[in-house]
Ligand binder design. Structure first.
Ligand SMILES: [Zn+2]
Length: 158
């Protein structure tokens, strides 16, 4: 068991930040963090919805990111109050508290068009046998959620 001097010197230089465990929890899949889906009013994603969010990222967002490039999450979780404030749909899938098994994300990718993103998400949703996909051509994003049953629409609001 010969220890090398170089290993000891390196360990000394790397002080671990105190927030390390929280950061590890935040990284939900390879390219997505829970915090990216926090409500715009600062409220974090409810922990009861983390498993559903992980499914959304694994099933849809990671494969789509591989195809279309870096993803920007425009809107994820919304508190009921925030959803009212921005004029969101009354039964919006963005209000994770009301259906912890289904979460929504409004996402834009580096390449491709909203129609192409929606077509890709639609294909996945059909394979899964459930899911909502909204196409927002004017605002250039796609809404994806993992609700029970299928829903498709085009519109101006997320
Ligand atoms: Zn949406």
């Amino acid at each position: 068991m010969a220890k090398t001097a170089t290993k000891r010197t390196k360990a000394k230089a790397q002080a671990q930040p105190a927030s390390k465990p929280a950061a590890a929890l935040d990284q939900i899949t390879t390219h997505f963090r829970v915090a990216e889906f926090n409500c715009h009013d600062g409220t974090p994603v409810p922990s009861a919805s983390h498993p559903a969010l992980k499914r959304l990222c694994e099933l849809y967002l990671e494969p789509m990111r591989e195809r279309f490039g870096v993803a920007q999450v425009l809107s994820g979780y919304r508190t009921k109050a925030y959803n009212v404030k921005i004029g969101g749909a009354k039964k919006s899938q963005h209000i994770y508290d009301e259906h912890v098994e289904s979460v929504a994300g409004d996402v834009r990718f580096a390449t491709g068009t909203p129609a192409e993103w929606a077509a890709h998400a639609d294909k996945i949703a059909k394979q899964v046998g459930a899911g909502g996909v909204g196409t927002y051509i004017d605002s250039r994003f796609v809404h994806i959620d993992n609700r029970e049953g299928q829903a498709r629409w085009s519109g101006f609001q997320g």
